[in-house]
Design a protein around this ligand. Structure first.
Ligand code: ATP
Length: 140
């Protein structure tokens, strides 16, 4: 089933996510405050917009409340990550996934209403560790 995603933050994580969601047939609104990153993804995403997502009015203008799933892919700027997550929650988006840099960041995001937290480096290392430990692994 086709889903509607809004992805905020188009760094390595956010932009890779946009590629995968689009490849899987979903509609994706990609947003970043950095114009170059928006231009880079514009041929891939369903829509790509340059905007500051810590501004409530901007999120409303983007029609953020119409999306069933939002992904906050901002890691370094804690304030922006927290504020964007809070505003999306206030818009009653059914599902919010947020990227966190560390456990403390993730706990704050959960407290303010994120439904799911991803820790890209930690999660990928765990996955690789499990793959490397697997008995079935002949060559990596
Ligand atoms: P990655 O590790 O995924 O490459 P990164 O190191 O590029 O991420 P992050 O701090 O995680 O950097 O930020 C991801 C993106 O979020 C950046 O491209 C940044 O421009 C964007 N971003 C930060 N604040 C905002 C904001 N208020 N509104 C929209 N986009 C933002």
């Amino acid at each position: 089933m086709k889903k509607q995603f809004i992805v905020i933050g188009l760094g390595r994580f956010g932009s890779s996510l946009v590629h995968t969601l689009v490849q899987n047939g979903h509609e994706v609104l990609a947003v970043d405050k950095n114009e170059q990153l928006v231009q880079d993804i514009s041929g891939v995403a369903t829509h790509a917009v340059q905007a500051d997502c810590t501004d409530e009015g901007v999120l409303k203008e983007l029609g953020a409340r119409n999306f069933t799933h939002a992904i906050v892919a901002i890691g370094d700027d804690l304030q922006a990550s927290i504020l964007a997550t809070l505003l999306l929650k206030e818009l009653h988006i059914p599902k919010i996934t947020a990227k966190a840099k560390n456990e403390m960041h993730g706990q704050v995001l959960i407290k303010i209403g994120a439904d799911h937290i991803v820790y890209p480096e930690r999660d990928m290392a765990a996955r690789l560790g499990n793959q490397l430990s697997s008995d079935n692994l002949i060559d990596y």
